[in-house]
Design a protein around this ligand. Structure first.
Ligand SMILES: [Zn+2]
Length: 75
């Protein structure tokens, strides 16, 4: 999974949209349109999928293979 990012048209900074999606799925998805609130501008930016990209954030997830929680035996 990754986070869909857009470039703020005002500041040029990358801002996360809060949308999580696989990069493959994002590229295969139809062109869509969305809005994201930008903290830097305190405004809502409208954007198309072709202006966005997926920033992979799953590096931490990849390590937890078993899915076992911490603190076993704490019950
Ligand atoms: Zn902005």
């Amino acid at each position: 999974m990754g986070m869909v990012m857009i470039k703020c048209p005002e500041t040029g900074n990358a801002i996360p949209t809060g949308i999580e999606m696989d990069r493959d799925r994002f590229q295969c998805s139809a062109v869509f349109f969305s809005r994201t609130y930008c903290r830097m501008c305190a405004a809502t930016h409208e954007w198309f999928a072709r202006e966005a990209w997926v920033y992979e954030t799953v590096l931490a997830n990849r390590r937890s293979g078993g899915g076992q929680p911490f603190g076993s035996g704490a019950a």
